[in-house]
Design a protein around this ligand. Structure first.
Ligand SMILES: Nc1nc2c(ncn2[C@@H]2O[C@H](COP(=O)(O)OP(=O)(O)OP(=O)(O)O)[C@@H](O)[C@H]2O)c(=O)[nH]1
Length: 917
């Protein structure tokens, strides 16, 4: 069955019942914060154009993610969202392994989310109707069904890269906090990453049913640790003030919702403020305080609410919920992301999820309202909207002409802004492949977010990262592990392409007018939100059980790499061993599970070890190698000269000479390729830069890639310790007269010559200046309470050789911290810190008054330690930290850099690696 993604309705009348919060529907009693509404399409509005229909449907789309610390309750909350939206008929349970979103066997077995699953549902339930009126100011947005595309992101630090990848395609996010643990280290890390992309967020404080839940304390932590103003929209309702958690009181609508224990949560009871006054007077008073604080906070950021406040005779309680909702929305969509609405609940007890869904629709942006996504085109970075309007092209051509100034005319690029604009007009659609998943039933699924145009079935997609074209034979809209076939995926939407053979996670796919095999320049270089893959710090060997299993294992590995670009595979030239490296122990364990259990490769993995590096201590002499051998039955002959020397990544300046045809940094090394006398013709229009000296069939691009691959292969194995090289510069020089041998010089021969020359130069260093091992040093952020601070600091600095950087300061984790897009600088760092004692937060049960009063430093006060520690000392640290902190401490880490090891430490590590403890 082929179903259009978006359908224009034939009839537009929809009625909602008169119950507050309850909208009757025969199949699904559902919720939305709508009071007695009936809405209908205005007769004057016609929907004859599908474009209008599409744009209205887009306004009613939310591409959101859930971000949080591990175990905060993302999956539990998502399952409730699916249930209340009518998508599932029973509530899945993480602890029983029956959830919809964690559908990989490894996820269900471990009870954690590993892969982001993208699922679509409607909130409130019903058809997303292109025929309804545009947003009616008197109604909340949640009065009308919206499409919610939800990306469930993983919470474990090993999957940080996965989180970042998901963040790039989100327009908004719900940050879930554990009401007992408060703001945890991982939350801070993901929060800052979301700030980098200026993603509007709302916060949901979960698990308020648990003993020790402290809503007020968590709100204050939000202000002090995330440096944002919490706009408390709901406060928890504890029976009789300090007993069990039974519901929430809503400061926007001045009412409360009460859920009954043991029910599925679909029919909470609404309690008005006057009823609260009679039943739970302290809660009613607190709700008034919350409302006053909310209006006060908004009035600092939004002039409109100040006007409304004066219109209401300065009565905070009289400002209408609709005005407060719109004001909150404006604040949430501000690029500074300074005001963040706070909601409360206990998803596991089925409390608080429907109002949270209303908040998703009411406060988070539709795709057109989301920040402009970053693109890069021919090396120039900017916003997608700028690119589509043509401004970026002008910048790009200015940059190109500035770069060519002073160079000889033969090196000037041919493209004019007009050519480039013409090329851009041919852009039909562009999409980001944000996730590749191998589905047992459907094959390889490529999840895409379409950014412009419409990705149509059967269109030819050019992959600007891999430079290959492939057709999109089938398109799907995914509902967790169920799918509906569609004909197209329009801009702003998320969908799946089935049948692509090459696309990997992170690749940009463009479709274009005309039937050429590749799009015109510079369209072929367009990349959406490129991100750097952090260096892998753990590795393991992978061996097939028999020779006949080798191919299957390699195919499975190739698929694993398409899914997850933070995994790397290298083959050790000498031992022939296949090495798989990744970001953490759990990362590799999961890769092993995927490889062996899901992809059914008959292979075994060795011990997981730390990925050390090797570096040169001085320069080599210049080494020339001529490769002359048969390769695959064909004679190959080529030569090359190599020089290796130390490379300072901090000082990566390089004066490109006329003869430099490549200067690129890979994994902390730099490869420079020079070819004096090659007389490259840069002016040929089709971009096929050629040289009269290159043998027939070889162009500059092929020669460059061959040399680069040769150097990379040699750098993968250090001459002394066999670890990959780091901070090493290789300069390869080709002399056409000496190193080219007519048609015997193939790309394979060039690559082999480059590899041999580089390896020989590295060996040359060993006998002269020498090489030394380097180890990964991590940025570690540890969250502990005041009582355990001393012992944890002592353990890190004396037993683990770590260096404490700061206490209670926000230190970004560099390797996972992306740099902000131009013009969208992350301003959070420059914002002044917020004093948590000035922030409104309701009292926690058993707490003494604290608003406006200095919070006393208690032994349970959360503290943050930032340190730099060698990775080796962090292996198995969580268990140790738990024992030091009575189970309460948590930490996150990311690679800071590779550091040269002392002779003594190197000796000890080598002895340990060789088994000689
Ligand atoms: N008491 C209580 N427990 C909860 C609540 N929400 C979640 N839990 C429990 O907390 C644990 C973690 O919940 P998950 O939903 O798997 O958390 P997650 O954030 O998805 O975890 P990862 O996928 O591993 O990142 C499970 O045992 C849940 O049953 C809640 O509101 N109250």
């Amino acid at each position: 069955m082929v179903v259009g993604l978006l359908r224009c309705p034939q009839s537009g009348v929809h009625c909602l019942s008169s119950h507050l919060y309850r909208i009757t529907s025969a199949q699904n009693p559902i919720y939305s914060s709508v009071k007695g509404l009936a809405y209908r399409r205005k007769p004057s509005q016609s929907f004859s154009t599908s474009a209008k229909c599409l744009s209205e449907a887009l306004e009613r789309t939310r591409n959101i993610g859930i971000i949080a610390h591990i175990d905060a309750g993302k999956t539990t909350t998502t399952e409730r969202m699916l249930f209340y939206s009518g998508f599932t008929r029973r509530i899945g349970d993480v602890d029983e392994g029956s959830t919809v979103t964690d559908f990989l066997p490894a996820e269900r077995a471990r009870g954690i989310t590993i892969q982001s699953a993208a699922i679509t549902f409607h909130w409130p339930p019903g058809e997303v109707d292109g025929g309804l009126t545009a947003h009616d100011q008197t109604l909340p947005r949640s009065a009308v069904p919206h499409t919610v595309n939800l990306i469930d992101t993983p919470g474990h630090a090993d999957f940080t890269f996965e989180v970042m990848r998901s963040l790039r395609i989100l327009d908004g996010a719900v940050c879930i906090l554990d009401g007992v643990a408060g703001v945890e280290a991982q939350t801070e890390q993901v929060w800052h990453q979301a700030s980098t992309y200026q993603i509007p967020r709302i916060i949901y404080i979960n698990k308020l049913d648990r003993d020790g839940a402290a809503f007020g304390r968590t709100v204050r932590e939000v202000s002090s640790r995330l440096n944002v103003y919490p706009a408390v929209c709901q406060i928890p309702w504890f029976e009789n003030g300090n007993e069990s958690f039974i519901g929430i009181a809503d400061a926007v609508h001045l009412q409360a919702l009460r859920w009954h224990a043991g029910e599925d949560g679909r029919t909470p009871k609404m309690v008005s403020l006057s009823q609260l006054d009679a039943q739970e007077q302290p809660l009613a008073q607190e709700l008034r305080r919350a409302r006053i604080a909310l209006v006060e906070l908004l009035s600092e950021y939004d002039e409109f609410i100040v006007e409304k406040f004066f219109d209401c005779n300065e009565d905070h309680l009289a400002v209408s919920p609709a005005d407060i909702t719109e004001s909150l929305r404006r604040c949430v969509l501000e690029p500074t992301c300074r005001v963040v609405p706070i909601f409360a609940g206990a998803s596991f007890r089925n409390m608080g999820v429907q109002p949270l869904l209303d908040a998703v629709v009411n406060f988070l942006p539709s795709p057109p309202e989301a920040p402009d996504p970053e693109v890069s085109i021919d090396g120039v970075k900017g916003g997608l909207r700028g690119l589509l309007s043509g401004d970026l092209i002008v910048q790009q051509s200015e940059k190109a002409s500035a770069a060519s100034k002073g160079k000889s005319s033969k090196k000037q690029k041919s493209g004019s802004p007009l050519d480039a604009k013409d090329a851009m007009s041919k852009l039909h659609s562009c999409a980001l492949a944000f996730k590749v998943v191998n589905d047992a039933k459907r094959g390889v699924l490529v999840y895409v977010r379409v950014y412009s145009g419409s990705l149509d079935r059967n269109s030819l997609l050019f992959n600007t990262n891999l430079h290959v074209s492939e057709r999109a034979p089938r398109l799907l809209k995914m509902y967790a592990n169920d799918a509906v076939e569609v004909d197209s995926i329009p801009a702003g939407h998320i969908g799946v392409v089935v049948g692509l053979k090459h696309a990997r996670t992170g690749d940009t796919l463009v479709s274009y007018a005309g039937n050429k095999a590749t799009p015109p320049e510079p369209l072929n270089t367009l990349q959406l939100r490129p991100i750097d893959v952090p260096p892998p710090v753990f590795f393991t060997s992978v061996e097939p059980h028999s020779l006949s299993e080798e191919k299957r294992m390699q195919d499975a590995l190739a698929l694993l790499l398409r899914e997850d670009p933070s995994l790397h595979v290298t083959v050790d030239e000498e031992s022939g061993q296949t090495l798989l490296s990744g970001m953490g122990e759990l990362h590799l364990e999961i890769a092993r599970d995927r490889l062996i259990n899901d992809l059914r490769a008959k292979a075994s993995m060795g011990r997981i070890e730390i990925g050390y590096r090797e570096t040169v201590l001085g320069a080599s002499s210049t080494v020339t190698k001529i490769f002359d051998k048969e390769i695959a039955g064909r004679r190959g002959k080529a030569g090359c000269t190599a020089l290796v020397e130390p490379f300072d990544t901090e000082d990566a300046s390089h004066v490109a000479s006329e003869d430099t045809i490549l200067a690129e940094t890979n994994d902390g090394n730099r490869i420079i390729i020079q070819a004096p006398g090659l007389q490259v013709d840069y002016s040929s229009r089709d971009g096929g830069k050629t040289s009269p000296f290159l043998p027939p069939g070889l162009d500059l691009a092929g020669f460059r890639t061959a040399f680069q691959n040769g150097a990379l292969a040699a750098l993968a194995r250090g001459p002394n310790f066999t670890f990959p090289m780091h901070k090493t510069q290789v300069t390869l020089t080709l002399d056409p007269a000496e190193h080219l041998f007519s048609n015997e010089t193939t790309t394979s021969a060039l690559s082999a010559a480059a590899r041999q020359a580089t390896a020989a130069a590295l060996r040359d260093v060993v006998s002269n200046a020498g090489t030394v091992m380097m180890e990964p040093v991590m940025n570690v952020v540890i969250s502990v309470d005041e009582a355990s601070l001393g012992s944890v600091v002592h353990d890190i600095s004396s037993s683990r050789g770590g260096h404490i950087v700061s206490l209670d300061e926000d230190v970004p984790l560099s390797a996972t911290d992306t740099s902000p897009a131009p013009g969208t600088a992350r301003n959070e760092d420059s914002l002044s810190p917020i004093d948590p004692t000035r922030v409104y937060a309701p009292l926690d049960p058993f707490e003494t008054p604290s608003v406006g009063v200095e919070v006393p430093m208690s032994r349970a006060q959360p503290r943050t330690i930032s340190a730099k520690v060698p990775l080796k000392e962090m292996v198995g640290y969580l268990k140790h930290l738990r024992s030091l902190t009575a189970g309460r401490g948590t930490f996150v880490m990311s690679v800071d850099r590779f550091e040269t090891m002392s002779a003594q430490r190197q000796k000890a590590v080598l002895a340990e690696l060789r088994g000689g403890f």
